[in-house]
Design a protein around this ligand. Structure first.
Ligand code: FAD
Length: 448
């Protein structure tokens, strides 16, 4: 009677509470991953995320195999697949780390069902520093302002020390059947657009740790000064690993603090991730619904209108004629990521200068980012669009030229990604479209 560990967005062995708990079972473990593209609570993955998932699962499979346990891969609605796998291997208990978005509905239903059927089901601390039910205002509600939220986090008991990687695992005698990873076709073919993504990134737990150490040794020193400059390589590049749980935020927190480097600013960025997830916990429809409900009536351009459709195409393909925008959008397309400063500028340009709905931009990022995150992506889009939690005010319209002068003065970022952008005609007049955006905002700002 073994224990089945259900891996989800936690593709690692270190600081994996569900795995550590299962490892104590003398009858051994079954390690399961379910690709759920059908449950309504599970948002289908974008292309870049599927690429990352394929490689991250391969790495996890290798790490588990080194400890004598196969990774079982199954596809379908988790609420059906997990019980079926349990029936096949006769496990008497299931463990998993908690999820905090819409999928927790699946988990709650499954837990109740399994327990009713006599199978143990235990969930453990998930991929956040602080549990969303624990960080509350004095009146018991959620925080709406980041600074107060992060102050409350820092005043709470520090995140527990990460658990070590289990030294050994016992493999359960009976294992369920597994799909073949290649059959899932997570990798792009015809065309294979992932060439540069593969050059830039190495998915998996081992490389996440390498990036963390590189950050603490070489980059942390210059982080506060350089993090806003896209050509400076000072940020950690840990976001895709955090998204897939190849490294836990607790591991990052404790390693960063122990390093003795000045990491306050860096940890407060992790605090933004935390804030995004705590917001998603309460608003699981974050990618479809503006937190500020007045924006439900915002007069966005009709994206099917030919002029708006052309502008959207120019934005997506990096042909707007504004070098910083074009560089960012091409960095995204070619390498699966974009520097944070540039993400803010391109999102402002889309939602304000082009007056295109933030949900359309969010969906493009969802498809093209390797770190496409169910909380951070919609949270930040809403933040830039002015309708989110503690959002930038709508009237703050980034000027892409001024931003370029400030943050890419020497032009090395633009030269790297979009050297000939200046040859494209600018698709809009910045001043006119800014005035148009503010007029559109006037129509909703006084709504109740
Ligand atoms: P570092 O500067 O090293 O920061 C460390 C970690 O803190 C990051 O890995 C990330 O987990 C977290 N973090 C940093 N900034 C933010 C932030 N603003 N919001 C939330 N978490 C943050 N981040 C994602 O992980 N996934 C997304 O889908 C995503 N979409 C975004 C969309 C827009 C429009 C914007 C403006 C930002 C978005 N971000 C997203 C946040 C941010 O751009 C990335 O987390 C950051 O660029 C990742 O680089 P890094 O790992 O080197 O960050």
């Amino acid at each position: 009677m073994s224990t089945l560990v259900w891996f989800r967005d936690d593709l690692r062995l270190a600081d994996h509470a569900a795995l550590s708990a299962a490892a104590e079972d003398p009858d051994g473990i079954v390690a399961l991953y379910v690709l759920d593209e059908v449950s309504p609570e599970a948002r289908p993955l974008g292309g870049a995320a599927r690429w990352w998932l394929h490689h991250s699962l391969s790495r996890l499979r290798e790490s588990l195999a080194a400890l004598g346990v196969p990774l079982i891969l199954r596809r379908g609605a988790a609420a059906e697949v997990v019980p079926a796998a349990i029936a096949e291997c006769g496990a008497s208990r299931v463990t998993w780390n908690r999820r905090y978005g819409a999928e927790r509905e699946i988990d709650a239903g499954l837990k109740a069902q399994l327990r009713a059927e006599g199978t143990g089901a235990d969930s453990f601390h998930g991929g956040l520093l602080f549990d969303p039910t624990q960080i509350r205002t004095q009146t018991g509600g959620p925080y709406r302002v980041y600074s107060a939220f992060w102050r409350a986090c820092l005043a709470a008991p520090a995140p527990a020390a990460p658990l070590p990687t289990p030294e050994s695992l016992r493999c359960a005698g009976v294992q369920p059947a597994s799909d073949d990873l290649d059959d899932w076709r997570l990798l792009p073919t015809r065309p294979d657009w992932a060439g540069e993504i593969a050059e830039r990134w190495t998915p998996g737990e081992a490389d996440a740790l390498v990036r963390l150490e590189r950050f603490l040794e070489d980059r942390a020193q210059g982080y506060a000064r350089g993090r806003d400059f896209p050509s400076e390589e000072v940020t950690s590049e840990l976001s895709p690993s955090l998204r897939w749980g190849e490294i836990s935020p607790r591991t990052i927190w404790h390693r960063a603090v122990a390093s003795g480097a000045d990491v306050g600013g860096f940890l407060s960025e992790l605090g933004w991730r935390e804030f995004a997830w705590h917001t998603l916990f309460r608003h699981t429809d974050l990618h479809t619904r503006p937190l500020d409900e007045r924006y439900a009536a915002f007069p966005w351009q009709d994206a099917d209108d030919p002029t708006a459709a052309d502008a959207l195409r120019a934005w997506r393909t990096g042909r707007t004629g504004f070098p910083l925008i074009d560089a960012g959008m091409r960095e995204l397309w070619r390498s699966g990521t974009m520097h944070n400063r540039v993400r803010m500028v391109v999102a402002s340009f889309l939602t304000k200068n082009l007056l295109i709905d933030w949900r359309i931009g969010e969906a493009w990022f969802w498809d093209t980012l390797v770190d496409a995150d169910a909380a951070s992506n919609p949270f930040n889009w809403q933040w830039v669009a002015g309708c989110g939690a503690d959002a930038a005010p709508y009237f703050r319209v980034f000027n892409p030229r001024t931003q370029q002068e400030k943050f890419d003065r020497g032009g090395s970022y633009v030269d790297r990604w979009a050297p000939e952008s200046l040859l494209h005609p600018e698709i809009v007049d910045l001043r006119e479209t800014r005035i148009r955006a503010l007029a559109a905002y006037d129509t909703v700002k006084n709504a109740p």
